[in-house]
Design a protein around this ligand. Structure first.
Ligand SMILES: Cc1ncc(COP(=O)(O)O)c(C=O)c1O
Length: 423
């Protein structure tokens, strides 16, 4: 066909897939963009939005990566991850949880993000549904939408723990899995052992998978932590239903290395997860796997836990000093603050706080969008109330930055309460 007849056809550009069109916005990215624009103008911002602590990568990990590169370990690795890393993880998991886990049940992944995605593919077919907390880590909703899996949101109470009594009515023949995230991003909630046990019993009783996202496992500040994995491994192997996802990102200040892993209940699921990794990532970066294998050689997570615990307490103390109520983070590195006493939504609060006080936090609505699937294929999102009224504050930054940021935030909060009271 010559170029003239090509032009006469006037065919419009092809449309993108419905799934891609329906992808929900990321409120985190929007804040990043807004901060970047201000910084480009030379305006300094206090960054309480970044979910990446200011810790340095432990030296031994960097050194081991350099060694791997120097030794030419730069070729493809096996799909489930290099064997020494899987072995090191299996030993770590066995000691931490008091179970007897061998390396064949460990599958490494490109961060916990990809592990969660692989678990979703392993457990849920298109058009089936998965139960998720109504306030969640946003990548999980995006993953469900991309896989055509329908999320159903289980309600949380005012302390961001699941309302267990509501779960039963949410399950039907198409429900495949329940997703649990404790310690939680963004709420900082840690589910107590009896809640974990109840969630595990619920999943077992209904024939569901329980996908447990434990990216913040090493940062628990209050109470005892028990993973659903521990209940599951008391059962005979053929009755287990828990897939547990972990990450090196937060525990070892290694967010950019992108390594996480899943503990599968049986070898069969581990093999499948490895297979699912193939189309998702090809294989993991080899030198980084050799590097991260050294992570467990020294247990320095306790040091970081203590620092984060102190920072979390600092945030709560400053809010208390200004008579602002909050649910302290029992784990993780976020505080989910209800800003409704100011008369503003989380979105408005975050926007105005950035504009007037130059403090960046993330509006809660990005962590609680409920999709509604319209007959014409479009999807509309409405935030749940817990998310709409909140902002997420990250306490991963240094104390000086936190104190200044929180003072400005508290002042802004109080000022708006006063305005609200006068009108
Ligand atoms: C709750 C939760 N799960 C999983 C992840 C993903 O972690 P990774 O960096 O290992 O992909 C994050 C990252 O922020 C998270 O907050």
């Amino acid at each position: 066909m010559d170029s003239q007849s090509m032009q006469e056809l006037k065919t419009p550009a092809p449309s993108i897939s419905r799934r891609a069109a329906a992808m929900p916005f990321s409120s985190i990215r929007r804040v990043f963009q807004a901060v970047q624009e201000l910084e480009d103008q030379g305006i300094q911002v206090i960054p309480l939005h970044i979910g990446d602590p200011d810790f340095e990568l432990p030296k031994r990990i960097g050194a081991a990566i350099s060694t791997a590169l120097a030794e030419g370990r730069t070729h493809y690795s096996s799909m489930p991850g290099i064997w020494p890393l899987r072995e090191a993880i299996a030993r770590h998991v066995s000691t931490k949880f008091g179970i007897d886990c061998d390396a064949r049940r460990i599958i490494c992944s490109h961060g916990a993000t990809q592990a969660l995605n692989a678990c979703l593919h392993l457990t849920c077919d298109a058009e089936t549904n998965i139960l998720m907390p109504e306030v969640y880590f946003p990548n999980c909703l995006q993953q469900a939408m991309l896989s055509n899996v329908h999320p159903r949101f289980y309600p949380l109470d005012d302390t961001y723990r699941p309302r267990l009594e509501t779960l039963g009515s949410m399950v039907d023949d198409h429900t495949r899995a329940i997703l649990v995230n404790s310690p939680s991003n963004p709420t900082g909630a840690v589910f107590p052992p009896d809640t974990m046990q109840a969630l595990h019993e619920f999943a077992r009783g209904r024939g569901l998978w329980l996908i447990s996202d434990e990216a913040y496992i090493d940062y628990v500040y209050e109470g005892q932590y028990i993973s659903p994995l521990q209940f599951d491994w008391q059962l005979p192997e053929n009755e287990r239903c828990v897939l547990t996802v972990f990450s090196f990102s937060k525990s070892y200040a290694a967010t950019g290395l992108r390594v996480g892993w899943t503990v599968a209940p049986r070898e069969a699921e581990a093999v499948k997860l490895g297979l699912i990794n193939e189309p998702l990532t090809g294989s993991l970066t080899t030198p980084l796997q050799w590097g991260i294998t050294s992570a467990f050689e020294t247990d320095d997570t306790e040091e970081r836990r203590q620092i984060l615990k102190r920072r979390g307490q600092l945030v709560v103390d400053i809010l208390k000093d200004h008579d602002i109520d909050c649910v302290p983070a029992a784990g993780g590195m976020f505080l989910f603050l209800d800003v409704s006493p100011t008369g503003l939504t989380g979105e408005e609060f975050a926007r105005d706080l950035l504009e007037r006080e130059r403090v960046a936090v993330v509006p809660g609505n990005g962590f609680g969008q409920v999709p509604q699937f319209l007959p014409d294929g479009r999807v509309e999102f409405t935030p749940c109330e817990l998310a709409r009224r909140a902002v997420r504050i990250c306490f991963g930054r240094g104390e000086e930055c936190l104190v200044e940021g929180m003072k400005r935030l508290a002042r802004f909060f109080r000022k708006h309460c006063t305005i609200g009271a006068q009108t």
